[in-house]
Ligand binder design. Structure first.
Ligand SMILES: Nc1ncnc2c1ncn2[C@@H]1O[C@H](COP(=O)(O)OP(=O)(O)OP(=O)(O)O)[C@@H](O)[C@H]1O
Ligand SMILES: [Mg+2]
Length: 390
């Protein structure tokens, strides 16, 4: 016998198939319905409220009159009697009063109550069916809306991929001719012209990066982000990337500090993409810091993981906006007079790349104090580090 099946009135064990308690005859179906109603109206279960079928019938008197079982006058007499008795501290139910006056016999009362309960159950069933129908309808609508959104996302990703491809070709042509011109293929150039050509080439490089980022984003959105995995020494790429950002940091008056452990195990990752992530993080750290600030890059080994951390003393990010920064094309400074430039793709792509590697980008930040972005990749075991491969 399972403990859960105990009669709420006489506390004797029940069998699951019983409708009535074998010991005290309690109607368990009515009891359950009463329980549901108590829960629905947030009433405390237990002895405070007498668990009788009559509690289910809020307007028993009117119902009995409508059914022709009693007259309106008899109802009035019984109600007055009930009120008098209640005032004297004796709790009398209306049905009981009607029976005591002989206006109604027990079985007619039971019949009326049962009928009303059945009607209530029917109404409840109809309401449930209607509710289920509406839930089904809403679910269908939501599924269609979701499908539409994913179709639109696909269209957006395809559009970005196509436009980016189309932009690449003329840009490659421009860069080609600019390079040739700078090398003097079309005649001698003056120093002034060389400076102009350098500026044009820098712009071409920026455009190329933007196009590459857009393409990468489009691939990631279509689930086509592929990784070329190899054994990589993160300390090496970190060192190279720090060097490539030295000039930008210096130009802004920012101290770039690298604390990179050299004797570290390798990791398994896509070298180019992880380098891209590091570059984005350092780029952001410099971009969102002001002159006199410090940006430090740390690479260390702890508990089987190689962690890359980029810390700045820049503007910081409000705690409640931390989630937003990972959304594509989203920048916290959304004003038209944006101070910092960029398209808002860096972190969205960085998270996708890291997720594809099975790791996450962690962030801690405080407004006005600075931010810390870091990620960790599992260190390869010693034998791999020593050169043997799987
Ligand atoms: N180190 C940081 N300090 C303060 N805010 C940051 C930092 N890094 C990112 N953010 C906030 O998160 C937003 C999104 O960053 P994300 O790198 O995705 O875009 P972006 O740098 O604005 O543009 P893009 O990377 O495409 O050039 C930024 O616009 C900025 O508001
Ligand atoms: Mg960025």
């Amino acid at each position: 016998m399972v403990d859960a099946f105990i009669c709420p009135r006489c506390h004797q064990p029940l069998r699951t198939e019983d409708r009535f308690c074998q010991q005290c005859g309690l109607d368990l179906a009515i009891e359950a319905t009463i329980g549901e109603l108590l829960a629905e109206y947030n009433l405390p279960a237990g002895s405070e409220v007498p668990l009788e079928p009559e509690i289910l019938i809020s307007r028993l008197g009117e119902t009995l009159v409508a059914q022709g079982k009693i007259s309106p006058q008899q109802l009035e007499i019984a109600l007055k009697y009930q009120a008098d008795q209640n005032a004297q501290g004796r709790l009398v139910r209306l049905g009981q009063a009607l029976v005591e006056f002989g206006f109604l016999d027990e079985s007619s009362l039971d019949e009326a109550i049962t009928l009303q309960i059945l009607q209530l159950q029917q109404a409840l069933k109809r309401a449930n069916q209607e509710l289920e129908r509406r839930v089904e309808q809403r679910t269908k609508e939501l599924r269609q809306a979701l499908l539409r959104v994913s179709e639109l996302n696909q269209v957006k990703a395809n559009f970005i991929a196509n436009v980016s491809h189309e932009l690449r070709t003329p840009l490659a042509l421009l860069r080609g001719y600019l390079d040739m011109m700078k090398e003097g293929a079309f005649g001698e150039i003056t120093d002034e012209q060389a400076q102009v050509l350098d500026a044009l080439l820098r712009s071409a490089t920026r455009l190329e990066k933007l196009i590459d980022d857009l393409l990468l984003f489009a691939y990631a959105e279509r689930g086509e982000l592929t990784l070329t995995l190899s054994k990589v020494r993160l300390q090496e790429i970190a060192g190279q990337i720090v060097e490539s950002h030295r000039y930008a940091a210096q130009a802004k008056g920012i101290r770039l500090e690298a604390r990179i452990e050299q004797d570290l195990p390798s990791v398994h990752c896509d070298r180019e993409r992880i380098a891209w992530v590091m570059s984005e993080l350092i780029n952001n750290a410099i971009k969102f810091s002001s002159s006199g600030g410090k940006v430090s890059i740390t690479v260390y080994h702890q508990q089987g993981l190689i962690t890359v951390a980029v810390q700045d003393q820049g503007i910081g990010i409000p705690a409640k906006r931390l989630q937003e920064i990972f959304e594509p094309f989203h920048q916290l400074d959304g004003s038209t007079t944006r101070r910092y430039g960029g398209t808002g793709l860096g972190l969205a792509l960085a998270t996708r790349i890291l997720e594809a590697h099975g790791c996450q980008l962690r962030v801690e930040s405080e407004v006005g104090k600075g931010s810390l972005f870091e990620f960790s990749l599992p260190a390869l075991e010693e034998e791999h580090f020593n050169g043997s491969s799987r």
